[in-house]
Design a protein around this ligand. Structure first.
Ligand code: EPZ
Length: 417
């Protein structure tokens, strides 16, 4: 298994380009199943998860060509099954459920099972589909979905779910009548999906608010779309400037997607200059310890919690970080402590006492954002940090060592055995 080797202690200076958003691209790729034919997606990042979704779509009969853009031809879907061996490596595979039910009225999708950061059930996805008239059965670890017809319904989500909102929005596009999603996710990736579905002929309004209304139509047609920039990748590089006391211009991003992140980082002592699609981020050397609670968009994103914690390890006091979305998203804590961090866990909260400095050591990546947190800590730590099992990182960060090396980091990949 590959590892990243980092020699820390150097302030980063320069420009970092942001890639297309993984979580937006995955939803858009699933949506191509709703309309048979050639779809074109631009600015799709080259990531493991994207390749996994391509493999899943190809397993179902789609044809994918990923050159400088991604063309997906879903004109000949002959298999309506998402098999366990693919779903277990990427939970986002469950997003093919809504599109398949919409177009084919049938689907057989492996239950995703748990993951490092929590149980992550899909009960809200299934409950919503049943409200649309879909019969749901569980059979040997698979969800078997069947419907004679889909009828619009009012679907109140017990809690905000990003892919749940996306799955139901896609399923509702071809249902008879009107569907209302209440307590819907407001994430930018949901908004992007709604815009793409509208280009395909869907009747959708209210995306970006907690109530989305979908008026079913007879069919959708293939369309093209440019994937929005990855706000979590961008936020990760903002923290890289703060934790190294450097100065980075993060380019090709959507600053309005990072209001909550920049707000908290400003309180932590960073300064920002926003200009168009770029953010100039400056670490002032003095990191202030502040408290944090994660929350659905427009709140502070859970996908930035681990990265923020790495910064707080070097704060000037005590920071209370509360993870309110997932029940086990502190896998990075034990590894940060190996680098000299002072963190105590208390249920859903972590108490981070700032230390004067971190010292490099071998650490283990456990999930995508925990890996990013360890890279950030390694960039600040004195000496050499080795981040092992970086296949987690490769799921969500395109060419991270190239982007960091280009702004002065001493970081390189060592091929594992
Ligand atoms: C999406 O996951 C993202 N993944 C996650 O990003 C992100 O952390 C998460 O949203 C929260 O923002 C993709 O978009 C592919 P949820 P998702 O449904 O949709 C509970 C990353 O790092 N829940 O919004 O799976 C659930 O257990 C990944 O890129 C139910 O109980 O998350 C969690 O506690 C990690 N039942 C909470 O809701 C359900 O049916 C929010 O989960 C659905 C969700």
């Amino acid at each position: 298994m590959d590892k990243l080797v980092i020699e820390g202690g150097l302030p980063l200076e320069g420009e970092v380009p942001v890639s297309g958003a993984k979580n937006a691209a995955l939803a858009l790729m699933a949506a191509t199943l709703i309309a048979g034919g050639k779809h074109r997606l631009d600015h799709v990042p080259r990531l493991r998860d994207i390749r996994t979704m391509e493999l899943l779509l190809e397993h179902m009969g789609a044809v994918c060509h990923h050159n400088d853009h991604l063309v997906i031809d879903t004109g000949n879907i002959h298999c309506l099954e998402a098999p366990y061996d693919l779903v277990k490596t990427m939970r986002a595979s469950v997003m093919v459920l809504g599109p398949m039910v919409a177009r084919f009225r049938r689907a057989r999708v492996s239950l995703p099972g748990g993951c490092a950061i929590g149980a992550r059930p899909i009960n809200l996805h299934l409950k919503g589909l049943e409200q649309l008239g879909v019969g749901i059965e569980l059979d040997h670890g698979y969800v078997v979905a069947k419907a004679d017809r889909l009828r619009g319904a009012v679907i109140p989500f017990d809690q905000v779910t990003v892919t749940g909102t996306e799955n139901l929005m896609m399923a509702a596009t071809l249902a008879e009548g009107v569907t209302v999603l209440r307590n819907a996710a407001r994430e930018p990736e949901v908004v992007a999906l709604a815009e793409y579905l509208r280009r395909m002929g869907a009747q959708i309004r209210g995306e970006g608010t907690s109530e989305i209304v979908i008026e079913g139509v007879k069919e959708l047609v293939p369309a093209s779309f440019r994937v929005i920039p990855d706000r979590i990748e961008a936020g990760t590089y903002l923290v890289a400037a703060g934790i190294t006391g450097g100065n980075l211009k993060v380019t090709g991003c959507r600053p309005e997607h990072l209001d909550a992140v920049m707000g908290k980082l400003e309180l932590a002592g960073m300064t920002f200059q926003v200009s168009g699609d770029s953010i100039q981020a400056t670490g002032t050397g003095q990191i202030r310890s502040i408290n944090l609670k994660t929350w659905p968009f427009p709140g502070f994103p859970t996908d930035m919690q681990a990265q923020f914690m790495a910064l707080m390890c070097l704060g000037n006091g005590v920071s209370l970080i509360t993870e309110q979305i997932f029940e086990n998203r502190f896998m990075h804590v034990l590894e940060l402590k190996r680098l000299g961090a002072d963190i105590e866990l208390d249920g859903r909260s972590a108490v981070v006492k700032g230390v004067r400095g971190l010292s490099g050591a071998p650490v283990m990546a456990t999930d995508l954002r925990a890996s990013a947190s360890l890279v950030l800590a390694g960039l600040a730590a004195e000496g050499i940090t080795e981040v092992n099992r970086i296949y987690h990182l490769d799921r969500g960060y395109e060419a991270i060592e190239k982007k960091l090396s280009a702004v002065g980091a001493r970081i390189w990949r060592e091929r594992g055995v």
